[in-house]
Ligand binder design. Structure first.
Ligand code: GLU
Length: 298
C-alpha cells in the first residue's frame, strides 16, 4: 500500500490503531495484528495508536494490561500518546446509547439466553429454519421488539434485567440505502457490500456492562480519528454492523484491512487460553522479536 494513495484516500494523515482486550495473555495472532498496524503506519507516514478495550471489567485485569505494554515494547513497537482506555470513557458510550434510545433505534430486551434457546429449539423442532448471525448465534426473537412503550416502561420500572438491542429493521430503514466499506485486505482496494441485517437485533449494551464491543469500537475509532482499521479476518463480518452504526451516528468511515489469522496446530484460530504461543512464554524461552516476525510470516 503506497503512502500517496493512503493520503489521497483519507485527505488527512493516516492514523492506525491496535486495540487489544486485556483479558488474557497476548499470543502470535496479536503480534501479527500489532506489527502489521505498526508497519503500515510507518510506511504511510502516519501514526500508530493504542487502545485498551477493557469494557468487560469482569474479565480484563491491570496485570494483563501491563503485559500488553511489555509485550509490545519487547516487539520493538512504539505508539503515540495518549493510550485510550475504554474504561475511562463509559460515560461517552452511555450518552451515545441514550441518543439511540431517544431516537427509538434501540429497545430493551428481557429474554434470557435459555429462553431464546427454548424459542429457537421449538421452532426448529417443528421444521422451521431460524435465522442465525455470521457467528452462528440465533437472531433474537421479535417479542420484545413488538412490545408497546407502556409495557417496556413497566418492565424497566420493575427492574427486570435487560439488554439494549439495536432494532435492525428500523436502523436499516433509517439509513435507507445500501452500505459498503473500502477493503484493502486482499491487496488492491475494493468495495465490500455491507450486510448488517445478517446480525439481527444485536446487543449494544447489557445491564452488567455499560457498552458492547460494537458500539464502543465505532465511537472510539471516530474519537481517535482512525483512518485505517487493520484487524483479523474474524472481525470481517462485524464490519457490516460497524458501517451501519457509523452511518446512524454520523461518524467518519475508515478504510478496513482484514488480515489472515494465525492458526494453532489443530488448525483452529489461536485463543488466549492456548498458552503455547503466548508472547511472554516465547520471550522467556529466548525467542527474539525478529524470530517472531519470521514465524508469523512478516
Ligand atoms: N479488541 C478486539 C480484540 O482483541 C479487537 C477489536 C478491533 O480491532 O476492532 O479482538
Amino acid at each position: 500500500m503506497q503512502e500517496e494513495s493512503m493520503r489521497a484516500q483519507s485527505g488527512q494523515r493516516p492514523v492506525f490503531r491496535f486495540a487489544p482486550s486485556p483479558n488474557g495473555r497476548m499470543h502470535l495472532g496479536h503480534a501479527l495484528s500489532a506489527i502489521l498496524n505498526y508497519d503500515m503506519a510507518a510506511e504511510a507516514g502516519g501514526s500508530f495508536l493504542l487502545r485498551i478495550e477493557n469494557i468487560d471489567l469482569s474479565r480484563c485485569t491491570p496485570e494483563y494490561e501491563a503485559a500488553v505494554y511489555d509485550d509490545l515494547a519487547w516487539l520493538g513497537l512504539r505508539w503515540d500518546d495518549p493510550v485510550r482506555r475504554q474504561s475511562e470513557h463509559l460515560d461517552t458510550y452511555a450518552a451515545v446509547l441514550e441518543e439511540l434510545v431517544d431516537r427509538d433505534l434501540v429497545y430493551p430486551s428481557f429474554m434470557t439466553r435459555g429462553e431464546v434457546k427454548a424459542v429457537v429449539g421449538d421452532y426448529e423442532a417443528a421444521g422451521g429454519i431460524w435465522p442465525r448471525d455470521p457467528e452462528g448465534s440465533p437472531h433474537y426473537p421479535d417479542q420484545d421488539r413488538r412490545r408497546s412503550p407502556a409495557e417496556r416502561k413497566e418492565l424497566l420500572a420493575r427492574g427486570v434485567r435487560h439488554a439494549w438491542r439495536l432494532d435492525m429493521e428500523k436502523a436499516v430503514a433509517f439509513v435507507g440505502r445500501p452500505l459498503a466499506w473500502r477493503e484493502t485486505g486482499k491487496g488492491t482496494e475494493h468495495g465490500v457490500e455491507a450486510d448488517p441485517s445478517a446480525w439481527g437485533d444485536v446487543v449494544l449494551s447489557r445491564s452488567d456492562a455499560p457498552s458492547s464491543y460494537h458500539l464502543s469500537v465505532v465511537v472510539d475509532d471516530a474519537s481517535q480519528g482512525i483512518t485505517h482499521v487493520v484487524r483479523g479476518m474474524d472481525l470481517f463480518h462485524a464490519t457490516s454492523l460497524h458501517r451501519l452504526l457509523q452511518e446512524l451516528l454520523g461518524l467518519h468511515e475508515p478504510v478496513y484491512h482484514h488480515h489472515r489469522l494465525i492458526k494453532g496446530e489443530d488448525g483452529r484460530k489461536l485463543s488466549k487460553s492456548n498458552g503455547s504461543t503466548a508472547l511472554s512464554d516465547l520471550r522467556q524461552a529466548g525467542v527474539s522479536p525478529a524470530q517472531i516476525r519470521r514465524c508469523i510470516g512478516l
